[in-house]
Design a protein around this ligand. Structure first.
Ligand SMILES: Cc1cc2nc3c(=O)[nH]c(=O)nc-3n(C[C@H](O)[C@H](O)[C@H](O)COP(=O)(O)OP(=O)(O)OC[C@H]3O[C@@H](n4cnc5c(N)ncnc54)[C@H](O)[C@@H]3O)c2cc1C
Length: 179
């Protein structure tokens, strides 16, 4: 499948058509938190989170054209439709409500540039953080005495495991220095 920049002639219809095609072919991560914690939904109900990757610039362009709300509704309906046709026949009728978050939402909520879902981009020529696994203990150090850091910006490649590991390493450092 060609990228949206190559297939779209800047028209709204093209971008929506490309998105529709993409949502039919992409892979989805589906999670159901109520399986772990029943208190998250009323009895007999559940919630599912369906995620896929989408280019920030595409959503930004659509937003700048004033079509953001329409686009989110379009994507939501398309994704439900894909699930209806594949994994979950009948789901369409069961949906009570849905919420759609895009890379613009993540940017607004987290200030991560371009709505990135995790730390430093692999395309950085020089990584602004420690990136050697054998030296991961360096990741928690800062130039300020007695101040340690942890989380997705402190080591690359990042993600949940690195955030947890650096949190533990930083806590260990603090404990060690308190003795
Ligand atoms: C949709 C999505 C899917 C993902 N999938 C995966 C995956 O499959 N595997 C994986 O490894 N990683 C995944 N990640 C990335 C992973 O979730 C993050 O890298 C990780 O959660 C970052 O942890 P963190 O502790 O550094 O930051 P965060 O989890 O962002 O925690 C920062 C905390 O600081 C709080 N905060 C912010 N500002 C302030 C302030 N001024 N004062 C006080 N508190 C503040 C925030 O509210 C937040 O609770 C995914 C991320 C997203 C968005």
């Amino acid at each position: 499948m060609i990228g949206w920049e190559d297939s779209a002639n800047d028209s709204k219809g093209d971008l929506f058509r490309w998105t529709e095609d993409y949502l039919e072919r992409t892979t989805y991560e589906i999670s159901c938190p109520v399986i772990r914690d029943q208190a998250l939904a009323p009895e007999g109900k559940t919630g599912i989170i369906i995620s896929t990757l989408l280019d920030y610039s595409l959503v930004k362009r659509i937003s700048e054209a004033g079509d953001y709300e329409h686009y989110k509704e379009f994507c939501t309906q398309k994704i439900i439709n894909v699930l209806e046709q594949s994994l979950f026949p009948g789901i369409q009728e069961l949906v009570l409500f849905s919420i759609c978050a895009t890379p613009l939402t993540i940017e607004k909520e987290t200030f991560n540039s371009e709505g990135a879902i995790t730390g430093w981009s692999f395309t950085n020529k020089i990584m602004p953080s420690e990136n050697r696994f054998k030296k991961i203990t360096n990741a928690v150090q800062t130039p300020i005495p007695d101040v340690y850091q942890c989380g997705q910006w402190t080591f690359s490649p990042s993600g949940l495991p690195v955030s947890i590991v650096t949190g533990k390493l930083a806590a260990d450092q603090v404990k060690k220095n308190l003795k």
